[in-house]
Design a binder for this molecule. Structure first.
Ligand SMILES: [Zn+2]
Ligand SMILES: [Zn+2]
Length: 267
């Protein structure tokens, strides 16, 4: 069985991740317009009508903007925690009861041949989660929108084969940037977003922890307070300082903000 992974978009302006086997095709988040997600999927040879489920991490608009449109247009079931359902913005619109599904932190949820396990993440949303995804052979994790790395996050990410990690901001760019003080404090806070540096240190720990971890996508970059080269340089310096060889020990890739990433294929 082969597994494909790609980000349709990944930034503070919109997030959607595609994961698919021959039998099962899912999205994690749909934080762009329905049209953009449809076009992105088409680029990688996936028809939106074949999507079996959308799993939502939390209610922020950069994660749910297209959820309602896609669910209504293609009758796609949407999975989210009860907190996320309660706080879903009105702009998402009505989702049919039969397409409203619930996930619970640490409880596995099976869709055909893919198993997903949500884990709590520290973020200023109502019951936000990341996801560990299993296809029987591999473990992939999607972990963005975290103010810091909790024990639960760490244990959920351990022993993964592949990761999408948040690398949201460069701390100096954020501190010296144009955002109002309270927003800066929110982003830097315990329930905000991960900096390039924290993401790099987390990656170094996880690569050393498991020989099976072969690749990390760094995503959810801030359009305002980060650049792909800053994110890459910071991560590269940290990995080098830990004697980790990029490309040999693990592949490192910065996801494009608003375009489809490269497609990773696991055979
Ligand atoms: Zn976000
Ligand atoms: Zn968020």
């Amino acid at each position: 069985m082969s597994l494909k992974f790609a980000t349709i978009a990944s930034s503070s302006s919109g997030n959607s991740v595609y994961i698919g086997t021959e039998k099962t095709k899912i999205l994690i988040d749909a934080g762009l317009s329905g049209k953009k997600i449809q076009d992105g999927l088409k680029n990688i040879g996936v028809d939106c009508k074949d999507i079996d489920a959308i799993f939502v991490t939390h209610e922020h608009i950069d994660h749910v903007k297209g959820v309602g449109v896609l669910s209504r247009r293609f009758e796609i079931p949407v999975y989210a925690t009860s907190g996320t359902w309660m706080s879903m913005p009105e702009s998402v619109g009505c989702i049919k009861d039969k397409n409203k599904k619930y996930v619970y932190s640490s409880k596995k949820c099976i869709i055909n041949d893919i198993c997903l396990c949500p884990f709590s993440i520290p973020h200023d949303a109502n019951e936000p989660v990341g996801y560990s995804i299993y296809d029987g052979k591999r473990k992939i994790c999607v972990a963005t929108d975290m103010g810091h790395v909790t024990k639960e996050v760490l244990s959920s990410l351990e022993d993964s084969n592949f990761l999408l990690l948040e690398s949201n901001h460069d701390v100096d760019m954020l501190k010296n940037g144009s955002y109002p003080y309270n927003i800066k404090q929110r982003i830097l806070g315990k329930n905000g977003h991960l900096s390039n540096e924290t993401a790099g240190r987390l990656a170094a720990y996880l690569i050393k922890q498991s020989r099976n971890l072969k690749g990390i996508f760094f995503g959810h970059l801030s359009m305002e307070n980060n650049t792909p080269s800053k994110a890459y340089k910071t991560v590269e310096n940290i990995l080098k300082s830990e004697n980790i060889k990029i490309g040999h020990d693990a592949i490192v890739y910065i996801t494009p903000n608003s375009q489809v990433s490269k497609v990773v294929k696991f055979i």
